[in-house]
Design a protein around this ligand. Structure first.
Ligand SMILES: NC(=O)c1ccc[n+]([C@@H]2O[C@H](COP(=O)([O-])OP(=O)(O)OC[C@H]3O[C@@H](n4cnc5c(N)ncnc54)[C@H](O)[C@@H]3O)[C@@H](O)[C@H]2O)c1
Length: 397
């Protein structure tokens, strides 16, 4: 098995990465048991898997399981979410090739995504549909070669259905499973987003006036977590039934302009670009903290904020201050990238154990049934979802 040249920030961090994984493995019992099964069955022997997923310790534990199943792996991450120590550890692993740096730009990200597709994978795991988009433009030959694909997140699911023309291979959208939406998006994202805001700001949450824009699975988790810590939460959503749901859950519900003008903390989590636009920034309260929890860094128009700011400065690795023409000061966390990854350690380990088990068994399902499946985006097979939910229940009860 040839080893391609990895593109990472600093290979001297490999030992640090190794230590981080030691802790992470102890909290991932589902993948531990699947790894044993994969070692015996070797379902991915001789296969190349290209993966776009946050390069961090939980993902690395998943790659160990896929390697045990026989796969050769090519992985890239997302801008601002790579743990460079994990990337260095992975670059030393036999059969794993890494293209990821924490400081990469969106253009670097696309270049790295191209690099992993150049290895002609048999399976892909996408996150935000960037690999799918490239396959449709510049890697068309893969459309007939691929056994199938998975897509991790809500935003990728939207893109596959709304923007990308029909596929000639099946894509299992992990996010569409109830298990992922309820366990990861609601409980995992809620906790980790609030945790990253607390760590990066050291601010008291109790009493804060918070606006959560987008009350889907992730937004609901974020709003509930803030409420449980004593914040006064206002929810904004464009969908009337979702607004009603938030109201009955006990939240204030308002239009965006009203919600943000009184808020100390504003969090976007819609999965849609420009949720917070140029004209919104002057409406924010003086001293407002702003963060994004959605997948793409374009949910807050950070370029628009930079352009209209009179001055900007960095107060810490995770906090940037923008002074607006009105003299208001706005504090942006994690550069507008998903805050739980850019200013925290990502979702709690256990929920990713469950999510990555869905990925693993979906890959195995594709290998066993790929040719009989219809092409295009589709839900996680019931049998996979049931098996993973049972494994999680047994492990956590
Ligand atoms: N940070 C993470 O770890 C993480 C994990 C999972 C998903 N995500 C991402 O979080 C985002 C949200 O995911 P989800 O599963 O909650 O999606 P969802 O579809 O369940 O919810 C999105 C909500 O936003 C609302 N919305 C859309 N546009 C809006 C607008 N302009 N203003 C107000 N509300 C609007 C929708 O009506 C919907 O209720 C996606 O980008 C997803 O990929 C992030």
């Amino acid at each position: 098995m040839s080893k391609a040249a990895s593109r990472i920030a600093d290979s001297s961090l490999a030992d640090e990465g190794r230590q981080r994984l030691e802790w992470t493995r102890t909290r991932m019992p589902i993948l531990r048991s699947l790894k044993k099964t994969l070692e015996e069955e070797r379902p991915f022997d001789e296969m190349k898997i290209a993966i776009c997923l946050h390069v961090e310790p939980k993902t690395a534990v998943w790659l160990e399981a896929l390697r045990a199943g026989g796969a050769e792996i090519f992985i890239t991450g997302s801008p601002g979410t790579t743990d460079d120590a994990t990337a260095a550890f992975l670059a030393e692993m036999s059969g794993v090739n890494v293209f990821a740096k924490r400081e990469e730009t969106f253009d670097d990200h696309i270049e790295y995504a191209r690099s992993i597709l150049e290895f002609d994978p048999d399976l892909i795991s996408d996150n935000g549909a960037d690999l799918h988009s490239l396959i449709h433009s510049d890697f068309k030959h893969l459309k007939t070669k691929l056994i199938g694909a998975t897509e991790e997140t809500t935003s990728g699911g939207y893109r596959l259905r709304e923007e990308i023309e029909s596929d000639s291979f099946p894509t299992i959208v992990i996010n569409d499973s109830r298990a992922k939406r309820i366990i990861e998006n609601r409980y995992g994202v809620g906790q980790s987003v609030v945790d990253s805001i607390m760590r990066s700001t050291n601010a008291l949450i109790g009493g804060l006036r918070a606006a959560v824009i987008g009350y889907g699975y992730c937004g609901r988790g974020v709003a509930l977590c803030l409420k449980n810590l004593g914040a006064r939460v206002t929810v904004v959503d464009i969908d009337p039934l979702t607004r009603l749901d938030a109201l009955l859950e006990g939240f204030n519900v308002a239009e965006k302009a009203e919600a943000i003008s009184g808020a100390d903390l504003v969090i976007t989590v819609t999965g849609r670009d420009n949720t917070l636009q140029t004209e919104d920034f002057e409406r924010l309260s003086d001293g407002a903290i702003v963060a994004n929890a959605g997948h793409f860094e374009f949910e807050i128009d950070v370029d628009g904020l930079r352009n209209q700011a009179r001055s900007e400065s960095r107060l810490s690795e995770d906090i940037e201050k923008f002074s607006l023409a009105s003299s208001k000061e706005i504090f942006l966390l994690g550069k507008g990238r998903p805050v739980n990854l850019s200013a925290g350690e990502g979702n709690p380990i256990e929920v990713m154990d469950l999510g990555l088990a869905l990925q693993t068994l979906s890959f195995r399902f594709l290998v066993e049934n790929g040719s009989s499946l219809r092409n295009g985006p589709q839900n996680v097979p019931d049998e996979v979802e049931r098996m993973v939910s049972e494994l999680a229940f047994e492990a956590w009860k």
